[in-house]
Design a protein around this ligand. Structure first.
Ligand SMILES: [Zn+2]
Ligand SMILES: [Zn+2]
Length: 137
């Protein structure tokens, strides 16, 4: 697959990753709903060590859907949401699909935290559903 590249709306924060994502999925937890203002958080999950970030994101820490802390990064200039660093998976980091230069490369393989999925959002019936955390292999 092509290099994962993207950034915020104003371009102050950019990122690049040359390895395959560990997984791609849609998180429907309440924390992601609040943070994104949307029905769910479409995320590419990549190894933290493999992601090169330029510019500076500001981080806000809160309780994630798992009950563990999650740090969420955003651009202080334009407010775009960037990275999600859950304590639950300390080696991995979530990138929002909409921040990619080519968002069409996002291919989610599952929906998780579907217990808090919103009735006004139609999930793809073909994707596996997990009411809580996604399984870890
Ligand atoms: Zn920005
Ligand atoms: Zn979530």
């Amino acid at each position: 697959m092509a290099t994962i590249k993207g950034g915020c709306m104003c371009g102050a924060v950019r990122y690049e990753c040359n390895v395959e994502p560990a997984f791609m999925a849609n998180c429907h937890c309440r924390d992601c709903q609040r943070a994104t203002g949307a029905a769910y958080f479409p995320t590419l999950v990549v190894p933290r060590k493999a992601l090169k970030i330029s510019g500076e994101a500001k981080y806000y820490e809160s309780g994630g859907g798992s009950g563990k802390l999650i740090r969420r990064g955003f651009c202080v200039n334009c407010g775009s949401r960037l990275f999600a660093l859950p304590e639950l998976i300390p080696d991995l980091l979530g990138i929002p699909a909409g921040s990619l230069d080519d968002p069409s490369m996002f291919k989610p393989s599952m929906d998780f935290f579907t217990a808090s999925a919103q009735p006004w959002h139609q999930m793809n019936p073909e994707l596996p559903k997990f009411p809580q955390n996604p399984p870890r292999n």
